[in-house]
Write a protein of this length. Structure first.
Length: 122
């Protein structure tokens, strides 16, 4: 499996598990775009053609996963959600394949991206 497929599938599996365990919480959190991007397995939709399109897709998936991780770290998460195997897989996969970029210092413009897909280390 391509690294980008792994990351996207991990996010999709986590969203599916959350939809089963905490549907109201997920519905309140997730923008419609998450459902559109994660509704089908990546094998069905294939990766976007061209490196530029793949980079943009990786950026979007990385941002989605970081937003979900931030929401999972909040105190109002339903009981048992943090203990899901898919949530642990999401955390592990993002630590390995995505990195958060530093926040802007006071007075500096906010960065255009909050996360970056790490270079292939394999």
């Amino acid at each position: 499996m391509h690294r980008l497929e792994l990351v996207a599938e991990t996010l999709r599996a986590t969203l599916n598990a959350l939809a089963t365990v905490a549907p109201a919480w997920l519905h309140a959190l997730a923008p419609l775009a998450w459902y559109e991007r994660s509704g089908k397995r990546i094998e069905e939709t294939r990766l976007p053609p061209g490196q530029g399109n793949r980079d943009a897709y990786a950026q979007t998936v990385g941002e989605d996963g970081c937003a979900l991780r931030d929401a999972l770290a909040a105190s109002e998460v339903p009981a048992g959600v943090r203990e899901l195997a898919s949530v642990a897989a999401l955390r592990h996969t993002w630590q390995r394949h995505d990195e958060r970029l530093p926040e802007a210092s006071p007075g500096e413009p906010a960065p255009a991206r909050r996360v970056r897909f790490k270079e292939n280390r394999d």
